[in-house]
Each structure stands twice: as structure tokens, then as C-alpha cells.
Ligand binder design. Structure first.
Ligand code: FAD
Ligand code: NAP
Length: 520
């Protein structure tokens, strides 16, 4: 079922010519797909040349392994012999060689921070760099003061430099509850900024503050009920997480600190945090696209902000594979409601199944009741981009429609200044158009909204627009409601489509601030 990709890949206009992160994908030789790599790692072959031994690697030693035939790379303190992986790397050998014999962590983070390299490369692990891991500065002090008001967080300086005070937390209890209070001292905190998980023994709250995460992470000293409530006092940035005690005992301490507890960390350094979500339903939308509904565990509070994506993780033949997907609303026609914790337990995805793909056929095989891991949200889109907005233009191709769903719903419901919303939706054929009748109904229902379909491979019966994104199509489409109207253009689709679109928009003198492109 997971076919070996053809040698003609990628076709000149294929979405796969450029990978999701915007970097170039190279054609891989026959028998060198990711699935082939996974098979090789399971074959029992000695891929490091060290017969399973793990060694401490000095910097001098690492530097020696810097050729295509002998290439070691360090990522986050772990050293991998990536020589056998060269031919399987979707970004090509040259991209890997940029980090040969050195620390590739930054390069890795720039291109594919979300790829689960630990799992993909576990058979290539040579060992650790020979340096002692540094303990967090206040680690010991932290333990002593956990029960009660804590000192300033360890990385307070970082936010302070940006003119923000550092967050802190406190906790108090009644007979039946424990309330954790987090003082972010930020004004733009809302329920989307708070992610809470209680899994096994670990309680973890991550507060998203600008490009940082403030983390509370403890092994609770006593058991709690599954569900909890989260409240945000928005004007002062105070967050209250109310836990229900299982027993009425008095807690002497909140718990034992775990990794990154009471730390403010740049978001790019936090790593992706996952929870297992149950597949609730799966329903065909087009011949190859399905609407998946996942349910968050009761012990999770997570709301994916408009315009952001998450990563889904599945274990495929023993290897963890991660891919990004953009949650949508369950429909375009249901009124958009501000999410409320209790009825915000479902996440919907429109996902196209690629029969020869690595991830989507596995996802499609899942049965109702099976689990998929879902990460914290990521993405650069901000609701503030809608402020005072008058004209919203959406350019979507294929599943690039997914971020537009919540954007459309949100803008039409919450932005009083909005006069016009137009979607130009590019697809190959009529059969590929996702939610066509819903879009047409929405256009009928809301006079501010218009949709135009453009097909690249229409049948002779099609009498609508056809072709690829072009100056002619855009000049007609991008008519403002008034000369100086405040405008935002969102664009998403195969990377070459998005890049071409941005070029055309810039040629038409739209500023960078007026264009939002969606990428990984
Ligand atoms: P892949 O294994 O990536 O393959 C896709 C196709 O390319 C297959 O036909 C395969 O045969 C071919 N192929 C791949 N590599 C090669 C090769 N080296 N040689 C020959 N052929 C090859 N998708 C959605 O459907 N819905 C969403 O909401 C969504 N959101 C996204 C959000 C972001 C931020 C990004 C970046 C992407 C999003 N995507 C979304 C795309 C998604 O992440 C996956 O890329 C997509 O589902 C394909 O995954 P796959 O593993 O099944 O296919
Ligand atoms: P598709 O069906 O292959 O293509 C959709 C339309 O885009 C088709 O009309 C296609 O024309 C056109 N197109 C393709 N390449 C083009 C190019 N170079 N220039 C102009 N038009 C082009 O699309 P898909 O399979 O659904 O793929 C959707 C893509 O969107 C994926 O790459 C996915 O990763 C991306 N996506 C990104 C995000 C995000 O970043 N947030 C979210 C969702 C999806 P042809 O018939 O000529 O191919």
C-alpha cells in the first residue's frame, strides 16, 4: 500500500517539489523513500558501525566525521552517524552535509524542528557529546520553595529585555480544590494562551507569552480528578487553574518539580508536547479528502488559535512520524462561537489522503476509538491582524483551504469593520473542491462573502475560471471596497503556488504586512 515513489518525482508543478518548510525536496532514488528508511532501520543492520555500543564523542572526534561517506551530526547533545541516511533524506545529501561533523541543532530547528529525529535516527545514534549537562541554576532552591510563593522565574531577564515583567505563580487550597494562580503580567493573555495537561503523574501548564512559554511542570503530591477548570482574567493576565482533589487531605506542597518547571523558555526551545486524542468520526468530504474529528482527553485544556496548526504523530512500523495539520471548524455554516472549555473538546481536520504518502494512508486506516497524538499549536498568524480590517482576500489551493475555514468564520462573526471577504479557491477539478456547497451557501447567506473557483484541469463542461494563479486572475479578484481600505490577503497551498502568489501580490504593491502566507 505504501508504494515506492516513482523516479519521475517531483513533477514540474507538483506540490512535492518543495517541502512543507519551504526548502527544496530532491528526487530520491527508487527504493529510498522514508518508508524504505524505516524498513532499513528495522532490519537489524548495524547502522552506526559501532555494533550497538554508545560512546562519548568529543568535539575533535565529531569534526573528523565530515564527509558523505562518514558523516556524524550532533543534535541537542546527541551524535548521529547519518551516513546511511544520506540517500533517504527528503532534503537531499547537500542539506545534511551543511551540518557534517558539527552541531546541526540550529540548522535542524530552522528547517524541521517538528520532525521526530530521535525516532527516525535512533538506529544511527553514536552517543552523547562529552560535556556535562548543566543543571538549571535554581534547581535546588526550587525544590525547597515549591510549596508556596516562588521566586522570580529563572529566565526572567529575557522578557524583561523586551519590556515585559517575568511571570510567577502561587497556589492555594480549600478542602476540595487546589488553585494554581499564574501571574503573567501581560495584557494579551486569553484562553488560547493556556495549555494544560494532566497525564499519568505529570501536571503541565504552558502559558504562551509572545515568543516564549512559561511552564509549570510538576508531579503533583496528591491525586486529582480528571477534569479541571481554567479561568483567565484578561486585563491583568492572571490565570487560575482549579484542580479538584480526589481526597480532602491538606496538601503540604504542590508537588515535585519536573523538566523546565517554573521556567520561561523561548518557544523554539520547548520541544513539542503531545497528548493522545481519540478518533471520534471520519467522514468523506471529496473523493480523497476526509473530515476527521478527534477528542481531547478530559485532562487537557487546549484551544488551537485561528490560523495555527498542530502536529499529528503516529507510530508507523515502529517509527514515530509527525506531520502538520490545520484544525478547521466542523462546518462553515455553524455560527462561530468563542470556545468554552467544556464543549471545546473536539478538534476537526480536513485531510487529503495521498495513496502513496507515508502518513495519510496510516491515518486513514485508524478505526473509530483509536488514538492519535496531537501537539501544541504553532504558527505565526495573529488575530490582531484583523483589527479594523475592511477587506479580507483569501487565496487557497487544494488543502491550503484549511486555515481559511476558521479565518472565514472568525472574521465574519467578530470583525465589525469588515466589508468584504473574498475567497479564490484553486483546484484541479470540480471533484476536488472541498465544501463547495457550504461555500456557496455561505456566500448566499452573508452578502459580504464571495467565492470563486478556479480549476487547473477542468472538464469541457466547466464554464467557470480556469488556469493557475496569474496577474489577470488577481487583478480582477483584488478589488478593494474603497481606495484606502484596510486589507489583509491570506494565501496557502502547495509551496510553489504560495511563492508565486506572494510575488504577484508584491508586484501589485501590497505590503508585507498586508500579506499573510501559511507555511510550516
Ligand atoms: P507524503 O509521504 O509527504 O507524500 C505525498 C505525495 O508525494 C505522495 O503521493 C508521495 O508518493 C509523494 N512523494 C513524497 N516524497 C516523495 C519522493 N521523495 N519521491 C517520490 N514521491 C514522493 N494537509 C491536509 O490534508 N490538511 C491540512 O490541514 C494540512 N495542514 C498543513 C499545515 C501545514 C503548516 C503544512 C506545512 C502542511 C499541511 N498539510 C495539510 C500537509 C500535510 O502536512 C502532509 O504534507 C500531507 O498530509 C502529506 O503527508 P503524507 O505523509 O501522507 O504524504
Ligand atoms: P493540489 O490538489 O495538488 O493542487 C491544488 C491546486 O494548486 C491545483 O489547481 C494545482 O494545479 C495548483 N498548483 C499546484 N502547483 C502550483 C504551482 N506551482 N503554481 C500554481 N498553481 C499550482 O494540492 P494539494 O494536494 O491539496 O496540496 C495542498 C498543499 O497545501 C500541500 O502542499 C500542503 O502541504 C499545503 N498546505 C499547507 C498548509 C500550511 O502551510 N498551513 C495548510 C494546508 C495545506 P495543478 O493541477 O497544475 O497541479
Amino acid at each position: 500500500m505504501l508504494n515506492v515513489p516513482s523516479q519521475s518525482f517531483p513533477a514540474p508543478s507538483s506540490q512535492q517539489r518543495v517541502a512543507s518548510g519551504g526548502r527544496s525536496k530532491v528526487p530520491l532514488k527508487q527504493g529510498r523513500s522514508l518508508m524504505d528508511w524505516i524498513r532499513l532501520t528495522k532490519s537489524g543492520k548495524d547502522l552506526t558501525g559501532l555494533k550497538g555500543r554508545l560512546i562519548e564523542v568529543t568535539e575533535e572526534e565529531l569534526k573528523k566525521h565530515n564527509t558523505k561517506d562518514d558523516c556524524w551530526i550532533c543534535i541537542r547533545g546527541f551524535v548521529y552517524n547519518v551516513t546511511p541516511y544520506m540517500e533517504y533524506h527528503p532534503g537531499g545529501e547537500d542539506e545534511l552535509m551543511r551540518a557534517a561533523g558539527s552541531d546541526g541543532t540550529d540548522l535542524f530547528d530552522q528547517v524541521h524542528r517538528w520532525v521526530n529525529y530521535e525516532s527516525m535516527l535512533k538506529e544511527c545514534l553514536v552517543g552523547r557529546m562529552a560535556v556535562k549537562p548543566a543543571l538549571p541554576k535554581d534547581y535546588h532552591e526550587e525544590k525547597k520553595v515549591l510549596n508556596g510563593m516562588l521566586p522570580k522565574s529563572q529566565v526572567a531577564d529575557t522578557l524583561a529585555k523586551e519590556g515585559c515583567s517575568s511571570p510567577s505563580y502561587d497556589w492555594f487550597q480549600t478542602d476540595s480544590s487546589v488553585t494554581i494562580v499564574i501571574y503573567t503580567k501581560q495584557k494579551d493573555i486569553n484562553l488560547d494562551s493556556v495549555i494544560v495537561d494532566h497525564q499519568d503523574d505529570s501536571f503541565r501548564a504552558e502559558i504562551l507569552i509572545k515568543d516564549y512559554s512559561y511552564i509549570i511542570h510538576v508531579e503533583l503530591s496528591h491525586e486529582i480528578e480528571e477534569d479541571f477548570s481554567v479561568r483567565v482574567v484578561e486585563n491583568v493576565g492572571k490565570i487560575e487553574i482549579v484542580l479538584k482533589k480526589k481526597e480532602n487531605a491538606s496538601w503540604k506542597r504542590l508537588g515535585h518539580p519536573l523538566e523546565n518547571h517554573n521556567s520561561l523558555i523561548p518557544r523554539k526551545d520547548t520541544g513539542l508536547y503531545y497528548r493522545k486524542c481519540r478518533l471520534i468520526s471520519k467522514e468523506g468530504v471529496t473523493h480523497d479528502t476526509k473530515l476527521f474529528c478527534l477528542m481531547l482527553p478530559p485532562s487537557t485544556h487546549l484551544q488551537v488559535p485561528v490560523g495555527q496548526h498542530v502536529y499529528l504523530k503516529l507510530t508507523i512500523t515502529g517509527t514515530e512520524i509527525v506531520k502538520p495539520y490545520t484544525p478547521v471548524s466542523d462546518s462553515l455554516l455553524s455560527e462561530f462561537k468563542e470556545p468554552v472549555l467544556l464543549n471545546n473538546k473536539y478538534i476537526y481536520f480536513l485531510i487529503k489522503i495521498y495513496p502513496a504518502g507515508l502518513f495519510t494512508p496510516e491515518l486513514d486506516q485508524l478505526q473509530i476509538g483509536d488514538f492519535v497524538s496531537v501537539s501544541n499549536p504553532e504558527g505565526s498568524f495573529k488575530i490582531s491582524q484583523f483589527q479594523e480590517l475592511e477587506d479580507l482576500f483569501l487565496l487557497a489551493a487544494g488543502t491550503g483551504f484549511t486555515p481559511m475555514v476558521k479565518i472565514l468564520n472568525y472574521a465574519l462573526t467578530n470583525i465589525p469593520s469588515l466589508r468584504k471577504v473574498k475567497l479564490m479557491f484553486f483546484n484541479k477539478t470540480e471533484d476536488d473542491i472541498i465544501w463547495r456547497s457550504q461555500l456557496e451557501k455561505l456566500a448566499f447567506k452573508d452578502k459580504r462573502f464571495d467565492v470563486e473557483f478556479v480549476l487547473s484541469a477542468p472538464t469541457s463542461e466547466w464554464n467557470g475560471k480556469w488556469g493557475h494563479i496569474s496577474p489577470a486572475l488577481l487583478s480582477e479578484f483584488l478589488k478593494r471596497s474603497s481606495d484606502k481600505s484596510k486589507v489583509l490577503i491570506c494565501i496557502c497551498g502547495p509551496t510553489p503556488f504560495t511563492e508565486q502568489g506572494i510575488r504577484l501580490l508584491r508586484d501589485r504593491n501590497f505590503s508585507k504586512e498586508e500579506i499573510h502566507s501559511f507555511t510550516a
